[in-house]
Ligand binder design. Structure first.
Ligand SMILES: Cc1cc2nc3c(=O)[nH]c(=O)nc-3n(C[C@H](O)[C@H](O)[C@H](O)COP(=O)(O)OP(=O)(O)OC[C@H]3O[C@@H](n4cnc5c(N)ncnc54)[C@H](O)[C@@H]3O)c2cc1C
Length: 408
């Protein structure tokens, strides 16, 4: 039984961050326990857009083929509309030639693939809710959890990786509970069928009634669409925006959408969740502890993408955990190399995105850049030219990447 085993590492949370960390570390021969409060496959409130960063780690895990075999949507471009209603459609290609394709994949499917992959090389327990860290002489020595059977469990290990999302129990224990409205976004999402005018593009709409925020329609498989709205918590409070109502109003009354949604049906509940933006550096390690993904607060503050950074941080954490375990040194000082590598890998991008988020609060700028893309073949050509660059290609499926290019 897992309670009697002394693990090298206990990973709390089996989303993209935790499953990636657990898979990489256990494949290198370390004894890993992965626990999650849910039973997989489970839903996760998300836009389901798979970024180039996620795809490259999926490739390292050998899972791209699995995504292609599973239910997924295929994307051939992005479409924006500005607050004044101008629409710009940008294909992933140059002169009609398709450069690359992007994917959407319901998180119920995507996360299950990652979780089942981790399960091949580590111990897993589902329906196991972490409630606290076990401490010995003030030092983290494992995880306390509540099982689906109502019993309390204690798992012991040399290290703990916290991948338990925005309300992380592990993060709370090393840095206290914190929700910073300036660096947290609230987003609502529901699946719809029957929306007309879908073109295989990720649609981002800067609708006047939810400025500064955006409304998205992402095509999924079999005519399904992922539809949602998101806004920074501080702006929501300032403008008194009720995002759920705003979304209903957009789909019923906005001239760009009311026809398209006239015969559409919401096929799931509208659900809301928080996105901890990586526009500030939070504490991500302590003695015997590393944090990854939303637990570390790494969501892109402009695009709202967090799966790629969850997987990347999971991979980096697995590497540092491996080095620490081999060195027999899991001290805070040794683990500081995780923080250094993580910020080296993501901070430039996150701070640029934060600047873009601030610029995107100005309606006239959005009207200008989207208008530029709509009118000017040259602007669209500039985007295609940038795509020739390999690093940019990795970003091709991130819709706001194209908008960033227009701002530049
Ligand atoms: C509406 C919305 C739209 C989004 N759209 C996109 C998008 O299109 N593309 C994109 O890349 N990102 C998007 N994001 C962000 C993305 O969903 C997250 O950044 C990503 O899921 C983070 O992965 P993670 O592994 O850190 O956490 P999660 O995916 O949240 O996984 C955490 C896991 O921990 C488990 N857990 C939590 N607490 C405990 C506990 N106490 N004990 C045990 N287990 C626990 C949970 O059950 C869960 O399985 C969106 C977010 C929202 C809210």
């Amino acid at each position: 039984m897992s309670e009697n085993i002394f693990y090298d590492c206990i990973v709390v949370g089996g989303g993209p961050g935790g499953s990636t960390a657990a898979a990489f570390l256990s494949k290198r021969g370390k004894r890993v326990l992965l626990i999650d409060k849910e039973k997989f496959p489970r839903d996760k409130t998300c836009g389901d857009a798979i970024s180039g960063k996620s795809l490259s780690i999926l490739e390292e895990l050998g899972l791209v083929g699995e995504i292609e075999r599973a239910d997924h949507g295929e994307i051939d471009g992005v479409l924006f509309s500005s607050p004044n209603g101008t629409v710009a459609s940008i294909p992933f290609g140059k002169g009609g030639e398709q450069i690359a394709k992007g994917y959407t994949c319901r998180r119920q499917v995507y996360d299950n693939l990652l979780f089942q992959n981790a399960k091949k090389s580590c111990d897993v327990l589902e329906g196991m809710v972490a409630t606290a860290l076990v401490k010995e002489n003030g030092v983290v020595a494992g995880v306390r959890a509540l099982g689906a059977d109502g019993k309390e469990y204690e798992f012991r290990g040399k290290m703990v990786i916290g991948a338990d999302s925005v309300n992380s129990v592990v993060a709370r224990e090393i840095r206290g509970a914190e929700v910073d409205p300036k660096h947290t976004c609230i987003a609502y999402r529901a699946y719809y069928s029957g929306i007309t005018g879908m073109t295989g593009k990720l649609e981002i709409h800067f609708v006047k009634s939810i400025m500064p925020g955006y409304f998205w329609i992402f095509p999924m498989e079999n005519g399904l669409a992922n539809v949602g709205v998101g806004m920074v918590m501080e702006d929501m409070k300032k403008h008194g925006t009720d995002l759920g109502k705003a979304m209903e109003d957009i789909t019923r009354n906005n001239p760009l959408f009311k026809e398209r949604f006239a015969n559409a049906r919401m096929v799931t509940q509208l659900k809301a969740w928080q996105l901890p933006f990586g526009s500030k550096k939070r504490k991500v390690h302590a003695q015997n502890v590393l944090l990854v993904g939303d637990a570390a607060g790494l969501v892109d503050p402009f695009s709202g993408e967090g799966v790629g950074n969850a997987m990347l941080s999971g991979k980096l954490a697995s590497e540092v955990a491996y080095e620490a375990l081999v060195a027999g040194d899991t001290s805070e000082l040794f683990l500081a190399r995780y923080e250094e590598r993580l910020w080296n890998a993501v901070w430039n991008e996150l701070s640029t995105s934060y600047k873009m988020q601030q610029l995107g609060k100005h309606e006239f700028l959005l009207n200008f850049v989207v208008g530029k893309a709509a009118k000017s073949p040259k602007a669209r050509e500039a985007i295609s030219g940038t795509l020739a660059n390999k690093e940019a290609k990795n970003e091709y499926s991130s819709p706001l990447f194209y908008l960033k290019l227009l701002f530049e």
